[in-house]
Design a protein around this ligand. Structure first.
Ligand code: MLT
Length: 311
């Protein structure tokens, strides 16, 4: 009977699916790398979210591991090249949390444009900042979406009805353009100079270099906003902070950081920044869907050799 380790907290739906499929499952969360190395040789499959870093050392120790499943989209916490070298399959659950992430990106957009966190905090303190808070509307503005996968597409659909122009920067969009007549695919340079709100929904660049840095902010509208609910290292945080302080752009809302958990960050306490702790995908609905997807995919692979959503 195959044996699977769930090493990050997730919906217990995953555990139930494994049990129903007669797969032995252990849920052991919060383990250190050393602790995982000790137990991993027992397992055929491993399920993670983002907390467990599946390192080279873990993969080398995992003598029986055939599959690593990520309940979520990003696999940057897994050493994928190393896993492939050891003939392990790595799977994710694309689309499983796309709506949750797009909705959070939209919440960030509305919050930063209408200064909701500041309004909330000051009102609770009994300060009446009515005269000092003036928002910006979405209507007639241009939304620039960088990356047009599941999340980018969903965000573009969510803002239909807000009377916005939508620009997209995506290599893969060209071949499927006819499915998305409501967006226009443009170059990165065009997108950043023409958009009022720029929202990142792409993977982090493989070379680790930020996609947007100081030279780009100089080309943007001083009234524009940056939204990042993708990965922290897409944006150079020091440059973003400077751009905000120098008035090159108006504000930013970020859910992801170059180093997580972010206990400190250069953007913290900048009044033009709204920050949330990588919760874009954290909804009741999405956590069930990704747990279901990953458990079904791993079961199908271990029991029938079916490979779905491999990366
Ligand atoms: C993902 O990659 O699926 C999201 O960033 C959510 C997460 O990592 O928890």
């Amino acid at each position: 009977m195959p044996k699977v380790l769930i090493s990050d907290s997730m919906s217990n739906v995953a555990q139930k699916i494994f049990e129903k499929n007669n797969i032995t499952v252990d849920v052991k969360t919060g383990l250190s790398e050393e602790e995982i190395i000790k137990i991993i040789p027992e397992y055929d499959g491993m399920v993670v979210r983002s907390a467990t870093k599946v390192t080279k050392n873990i993969i080398e120790a995992a003598k029986n591991l055939k599959v690593i499943g990520r309940a979520g989209a990003g696999v940057d916490n897994i050493d994928v090249p190393m896993a492939k070298e050891k003939n392990m399959i790595v799977m994710n659950t694309p689309g499983g949390n796309a709506n949750a992430t797009a909705e959070h990106a939209f919440a960030l957009i509305m919050s930063v444009l209408r200064r909701v966190p500041f309004a909330n905090e000051t009102t609770h303190k009994g300060q009446w900042e009515k005269k000092n808070i003036k928002g910006t509307e979405l209507s007639k503005k241009t939304l620039g979406i960088i990356g047009f996968g599941n999340v980018g597409v969903r965000l573009s659909n969510l803002v239909k009805g807000f009377d916005m122009k939508i620009l997209v920067n995506s290599k893969s969009l060209e071949s499927r353009k006819k499915d998305y007549p409501h967006v226009e695919n443009v170059s990165f340079e065009d997108l950043i100079s023409k958009s009022d709100i720029i929202s990142f929904h792409c993977k982090a660049p493989k070379d680790g270099k930020p996609m947007i840095s100081k030279e780009h902010y100089k080309k943007m509208k001083p009234t524009s906003y940056i939204i990042n609910a993708a990965r922290g290292n897409i944006v150079d945080e020091k440059d973003l902070n400077e751009a905000l302080n120098e008035g090159l752009i108006a504000g930013a809302a970020v859910d992801v950081f170059s180093k997580e958990p972010a206990k400190e960050n250069i953007l913290f306490n900048n009044p033009k920044v709204i920050a949330t702790p990588h919760i874009a995908a954290s909804t009741t609905e999405a956590s069930i869907v990704v747990a279901e997807m990953v458990a079904n995919q791993i079961s199908d692979f271990l029991l029938k050799g079916i490979k779905l959503n491999t990366v």
